[in-house]
Write a new protein. Sequence first.
Length: 364
Amino acid sequence: MSDDRTTSPVELLWDLVFVFAVTQVTTLLARDLTWAGFGRGMLVLALVWWAWSAFVWAANAADERSLTMRAALLGSMVLIFVTGLAVPHAFGDAGWIFASTYAAVRFVHLALYADASRRGNARWQSIVGFAAATGLGMALLLAGAGVHGNARIVLWAAAALIDYAGPAWLTRQRLVGLQRVAVAHFAERYGLFVLICLGESIVGIGLAAGHHHLDGALAGVVAIGALVTAALWWTYFDRTADEAAERLRAHDEAVLAAADSYSYLHLLLVAGIIVFAVGAKAMVGGVDSALGAAPRLALCGGLALYLAGHAAFRLRLLRAVAWPELLAAAALLVLFAVSGSFAAWVVGALALAALTALVLGEHH
């Protein structure tokens, strides 16, 4: 396993299908833009994200040329595609399809990790530790598919908590010895996922605009959405992505740093993009109308969540407090609070102004 390996074409193909499953959460959220709906959406997002992240770790330890890894990625790609199709109806009549295909993906991941251990690239004792948590979590997920309403939510939330806590059940010292991290590959994988999610948000804005007559006002608000997405890209990729990769390369406890800053904290960035996309679609659908509280909070709050996640990422890995991001996040929440009577395009334009100020301030 080379420290200089990068993302292979089969991994990129696999990413695209996983991002489809992630972005399906926007459909789930848009259908019920309430606090309860938000909770259900974030639960599904957390599950799908954890499956993707777990595979990144296993693939990072696997031989990139092995047929086993390719078979695992292509097989799980088909499964997660079906999972993604079921996401909008996961709490309805597609619960069993969602749970069964998702659980199958998680067990394929464990098989890939076992193969990496057989090849000497991962520590078997550590794998067994979180495999037990995965097995219990998937049992609860499947059990939840057999019930309805709040019972399903409770069981699935417990499944997610147990699965996320799996690595924490290991002592920190045992987790350190899990595997040797191929840094270039690992950091690139997470950066690409953020990039693809940002691209999908632009696609979603464009598709939403396609349902309306294209005039100057609509073109303007679509441009605002695209520029906001570009500002999010700049925030992550201008300096932070490269600086984080270099810090991880030199870190004394690379596994712990990677788990905290990428596997856990990057969920906040992805969630922020998904929630923003819901608000952006509402903005496109009512250019000159005032946004309701829920879509306005999705628009402003999603961006604030992304910036908060970015600040947490920098704090954990770079040991730097990102005051500009935190101030911009606070400004976006203030914008939500005071913009109840503003036209949708005005809210979008002011959000863009806040992000532009952030980008220009950090660039200098």
